[in-house]
Design a protein around this ligand. Sequence first.
Ligand code: MG
Ligand code: MG
Ligand code: ZN
Length: 386
Amino acid sequence: MKNIAFRVLALICLLPLANVYAQENYKEKDSKYTYQNEGFYEVKIYSEDQLKFKKHPRNIILLIGDGMGVSQVFSGITANKGKLHLQNMKAIGFAKTQSSSHYITDSAAGGTALSCGKKTYNGAIGVDPDKNPLETILEIAEKNDKATGLVSTSAITHATPASFIAHQPQRNMYEEIAADFLKTDIDVFIGGGETFFKERKDGRDLTNELKGNGYKVFNNLKDAKSTKSGKLAVLTAPEHNEKFSQRGAMLQEATDKSLEILSQDKDGFFLMVEGSQIDWGGHQNNTSYVVGEMLDFDKMIGDVLEFAVKDRETLVIVTADHETGGIALLDSDIAKGFVKAGFATGGHTGVMVPVFAFGPGAQEFMGIYENTAIFDKMLKLFRFKN
Ligand code: MG
Ligand code: MG
Ligand code: ZN
């Protein structure tokens, strides 16, 4: 009897305490797993008769949201009260992302599949499973006299942009990857990673070598403002750029600057722009990081679509290398721009990723196919001089 009475007493005493802990736990989780948008933006929706495209693309712009699965896209749609610029892209497909070595790819193999059209092992940068170099879509464009460019919110030497211009057996060979930027006549590149160009084991200062090759080189976008043509390298951070909340409109400004310069080439251009940190928000299981990066990526898409509508000869493709976080959208609210998410993993997942296309040849991207087919389709559609 005494024992039971004691237990009941103990329970009554401990209950409020347990409750406090539960609430605090919930609060902490709440801030990481939910996001209330306070920066809504207008989205321009184009009507059918505004979209008059030529038959073949002279220019291709490939936009990669690293780690951007369907949930990441819909978290952005939810947060911006039901609308993204992305929704103008009506030819939609899905890409399977498996690498040659793993069911779940990393960004190096995922990037190389898109840039070179070959499945390779996790960690590979522009090389096949036997570590032989593969020709990238950027190199092919360059060879055909087109202008070329790369933009990234990570270091420009990081896996995704690297796989379009470098050929190295491992993604973490940042100094070797930086040196590969001098082997291709790329016209514009903007992203972080200044350290790998300047503070190197081999003592080379690649920024000086770039200047020798005719590049204007800056370490911030403000200084690059007056550069309106010619070759341009902007290394916007020692390593990676800040996250969305700290880096301002870097991605939009870098993309606009690239378009301004590349579009002057009468032979056309290839541009890859990466929203790198959607992936990092997923790795951290941080909803506001994912949504913030997703919206930042979409604002840039808005600028690119505006260019493509005017130009009429530009194919725009938006896709991802893989999904990150295994995100599930829980009880969210579109009217309020409120997102609540759960995560299945701190890593990547093996699900298909969406592919959105816009402009001449866009219909080619409908259906379900391997990520390598995106390269094949780009190559087939790209209009070269001869
Ligand atoms: Mg040219
Ligand atoms: Mg990346
Ligand atoms: Zn990742």
